[in-house]
Design a binder for this molecule. Structure first.
Ligand code: MN
Length: 191
């Protein structure tokens, strides 16, 4: 597996996510997960597998590192520079309205899921087979593909994602992330 390229500059997400946080989170944490996965793959039987298939089928250290690579790939590619009052449009906006009543209500539910996730993990918005949206919390390296969901949007609530900028204020960090969501990318993940 290769380290994904960021589709923006290191300072493009500031002040929501600083260049310093991004340089550590992407350049150190994600790089380490990629390196660990690549070190574990030889002889595992997953050498030629797609990342999603490794996450679904493997166990132990391979699964944890593959999960963190997949999670961060989805996380880092869903951002763009801050836009005040940023909100979804088009098909994804309509799906959110149908499922949650309003974008504001969805946003609150998603943030609450992130704030209430104990320890390290990820909050996800995913598409179910029946076309409905669902918010899930996954501990550690979990990804919704492990329960046959299609991941659309995610917030990383590991402390390494926000501690340099927000210290212990996870709720403030999650509330700010909406400004940098690239909803066109999220919509494209509907397939
Ligand atoms: Mn992370």
């Amino acid at each position: 597996m290769e380290l994904i390229r960021l589709p923006y500059a290191l300072d493009a997400l500031s002040p929501v996510i600083s260049a310093e946080t991004l340089s550590f989170h992407y350049g150190k944490h994600l790089q380490a997960y990629v390196n660990n996965l690549n070190a574990a793959l030889p002889g595992s039987g997953f050498e030629d597998s797609r990342l999603e298939d490794i996450v679904i089928r493997s166990e132990g250290g391979i699964r944890n590192n593959a999960g963190q690579v997949l999670n961060h790939n989805l996380y880092f590619t869903q951002f763009r520079s801050p836009v005040p009052d940023n909100a979804p449009e088009g098909g994804i906006a309509e799906l959110i309205r149908q499922e949650f009543g309003s974008f504001e209500y969805f946003r609150k539910e998603f943030e609450t899921a992130g704030v209430s996730l104990f320890g390290s993990g990820w909050v996800w918005l995913s598409l179910q087979d029946d076309g409905h949206l669902i918010i899930t919390k996954e501990p550690n390296a979990g990804n919704p593909v492990q329960r046959s969901l299609r991941p659309l949007l995610t917030f990383d609530v590991w402390e390494h994602a926000y501690y340099l900028d927000y210290q212990n204020r996870r709720p403030a960090h999650l509330a700010a992330l909406w400004e940098i969501i690239d909803w066109e990318v999220v919509e494209s993940r509907l397939g």
